[in-house]
Write a protein that binds this ligand. Structure first.
Ligand SMILES: [Zn+2]
Length: 387
């Protein structure tokens, strides 16, 4: 059953984003450049095609496009995690206007056939997740729903030309205790949003935080006008003909402070997550990321996304984003994950195929240089999440 067009009431108030946006933007540039000056980057662990065994009867492909961008494909069922190809520089992002580079979007997205994509997942409204979505939706995935939050809906407003294709997930989402509504995209594909949140970027400060409460009539000009709104993660289920789960993917596009972002245990008990797409950037701003997610989702594999420097062209060699000690993150991940994890280069294609041998590609763990860690044995979902 196809989705009905959403109805989202407009509100009287305008944007309620941070004031002094220009000052924040300059601060971002200064902080990022300062941190970048002494940073030792981490390179991708895998590239090209990585073949892994599938538990089900069919092959599933996950292709990393950089930042929050993924193509999740099983046969004719295709879902996109919203990519960013424009990649404005840190100086431009901090000090000048930013807008989608539609030629870059066409160049990189055009490498893939996503014309049959049923949905584009956008967990929050920051520019690096939403800015290129209109061009992708209009030109490359013309039948896809855009599943995002109310702020994302209002940010794209009337100027982007995709309003009727946006499904606001705020009132459909589940949380760590309760299942949300399954959004059925085809007889063999469904998605559920999960209430998550967005970790601070540094020192408990979250850039571009706020809600856009009225549909915009003009395209945002500044990164600071792409507010995050409430943040969501997603479960994507590929189903068999009887509705059973064949392959389950968890997708997040921002670090979350658990229990926000977790899936209800009742759901995971019926089918643990096959692949968890987790974000390492700024993980040290919250507690128990990734440990709580591994314990909750029980993933067979973890693929790391949104880990690389996205202030440079996609054609440049991929290297880790500053402000995050990726070696410490992956060490903590290894301590709790029974399965395998991968740090993919842009354009890496993971193929989960029946009977496939373990990938001959060796994922090397970066050396540990972070502070000692304590395994969260006995971690329990604390009381009701804070808003
Ligand atoms: Zn963000």
């Amino acid at each position: 059953m196809r989705l009905a067009a959403p109805s989202v009431p407009a509100r009287a108030a305008g944007c309620t984003g941070p004031t002094g946006a220009a000052i924040l933007a300059v601060g971002l540039a200064v902080v990022l450049l300062g941190a970048g000056g002494c940073w030792i980057p981490v390179r991708p662990g895998v590239s090209g095609t990585v073949a892994l065994p599938a538990a089900g009867p069919d092959s599933v492909e996950l292709t990393y496009l950089g930042v929050g961008g993924w193509i999740l494909r099983r046969g004719r069922d295709v879902v996109l995690g919203a990519p960013l190809f424009s990649d404005p520089s840190v100086l431009r992002t901090g000090l000048a206007s930013v807008r989608s580079d539609t030629s870059a979007v066409n160049r990189y997205m055009g490498r893939y056939d996503v014309a049959g994509a049923a949905a584009i997942l956008v967990g929050h409204g920051h520019y690096d997740h939403l800015m290129d979505v209109p061009q992708i939706a209009r030109r490359h995935a013309p039948h896809a729903w855009i599943l995002t939050n109310r702020t994302g809906y209002n940010t794209l407003g009337s100027w982007a030309g995709v309003a009727e294709r946006i499904r606001v997930v705020n009132d459909l989402a589940g949380d760590e205790r309760h299942a949300g509504a399954w959004i059925r995209l085809s007889p063999t594909l469904r998605v559920m949003a999960l209430r998550s949140n967005h970790a601070p970027h540094f020192e408990s400060f979250t850039l571009y935080h706020g809600h856009t409460t009225r549909p915009r009539v003009e395209e945002p000009r500044w990164a600071s006008e792409w507010l995050d709104g409430d943040t969501y993660a997603f479960l994507v289920d590929f189903l068999d003909a009887q509705g059973g789960v064949v392959f389950r993917v968890y997708y997040q596009d921002a670090i979350a402070a658990p229990p926000r972002g977790l899936a209800p245990d009742s759901l995971v008990a019926t089918h643990p997550v096959d692949v968890a797409i987790l974000v390492p950037a700024t993980f040290d701003q919250v507690d128990w990321h990734p440990e709580a997610f591994v314990e909750n989702l029980r993933p067979r594999w973890v693929l790391l996304g949104h880990w690389e420097n996205f202030f440079i062209s996609p054609d440049e060699p991929t290297r880790s984003i500053f402000l995050t000690d990726l070696r410490h993150f992956t060490h903590r991940l290894e301590r709790v994950l029974p399965g395998r994890w991968y740090l993919p280069d842009r354009w890496t294609r993971f193929v989960f195929a029946p009977g496939a041998a373990r990938s001959p590609t060796v994922q090397r763990s970066p050396a540990v240089d972070g502070p000692p860690i304590v395994r969260p044995s006995g971690y329990r979902v604390p009381g009701p999440p804070r808003n």
